[in-house]
Design a protein around this ligand. Structure first.
Ligand code: KIV
Length: 270
């Protein structure tokens, strides 16, 4: 297995942190070795997001994703890549209880997948845990704003910061995770001016998704930007329509099989 440490040219968490205010950071999610190998050529970091529960496994939310599932997909992405930093999401229920529980589970993720960092959701409430992990050798990417694992508390996937009175709380979340040692922070589903303000206020890179073009970097769910999801969030630009391409290919195959036009061994293996 190719690991983060074997390849010295892999991007590291401190290198991402040093990109604050510099060239925009490119990132995408990936859950499998083959797509990760393509993304690896263009992305600074690849997130094995717990969105895989919804995108790959047809779950209604990310809440049901297990640590084992994240480790399995994390291993595949590390195997498929050489250059980008691989960040693996900590799933719901594996880090919130205490810094010690978070360390035990995050250490498993790092050791078993070979990834270079983990991501967890939450601002102020996760500050102690972020500090505990980073002081013990685990680079942490934070994630604030719309945090999908809290969908039951938030009452759905809602853009954050529509009410300006709530801005100080989001700004405090960002400041506190940066002070606790996070090397970067994802700003998800946040009104544009708030995300732009936070980006100016903190000294770690902000990675936007449905936030602001002024963030230090951007991330999208790969299947969303490839047109593979039946439902795509409004803010996502679809860069390729793979869904219809796959359907056309499967249809041609099915027709060839049914009409016995499927190429025989002598045509295929030449
Ligand atoms: O799980 C995920 O894919 C994420 C991104 C949307 C940031 O957390």
């Amino acid at each position: 297995m190719s690991t983060q440490t074997e390849n010295i040219r892999r991007v590291t968490a401190p290198q991402i942190a040093r990109r604050k205010g510099g060239e925009p950071i490119v990132s995408l999610t990936s859950y499998h070795a083959h797509t990760a190998a393509i993304v690896d050529r263009y992305a600074d970091f690849i997130l094995v997001g717990d969105s895989l529960g919804m995108v790959m496994h047809g779950m209604d939310s990310t809440v049901g994703v297990s640590l084992e599932l994240m480790i399995m997909h994390g291993k595949a992405v590390v195997r498929g890549t050489k250059r980008a930093l691989v960040v693996v999401d900590m799933p719901f229920g594996t880090y919130e209880e205490s810094p010690q529980t978070a360390f035990r589970n995050a250490a498993r993720v790092i050791k078993e997948t070979g990834c270079g960092a983990i991501k967890l959701e939450g601002g102020r409430r996760m500050a102690e845990t972020i500090r505990f992990l980073t002081e013990r050798g685990i680079p942490v990417m934070a994630h604030i704003g719309l945090t999908p694992q809290s969908t039951h508390v938030m009452g759905g996937f809602k853009t954050q910061g529509r009410d300006e009175d709530t801005w100080p709380l989001h700004e405090e979340d960002a400041r506190v995770v940066a002070e606790a040692g996070a090397f970067a922070v994802v700003l998800e589903g946040m009104v544009e001016p708030l995300a732009a303000r936070i980006t100016k206020q903190i000294d770690i890179p902000t990675i936007g998704i449905g936030a602001s073009a002024d963030c230090d970097g951007q991330i999208l769910v790969l299947e969303d930007m490839l047109g593979l999801n039946p439902w795509t969030p409004k803010f996502v630009k679809v860069y390729g329509q793979l869904g219809p391409m796959i359907e056309a290919a499967v249809k041609s195959y099915a027709e060839e099989v049914k009409t016995r036009a499927f190429p025989g061994e002598d045509q295929v293996y030449r």
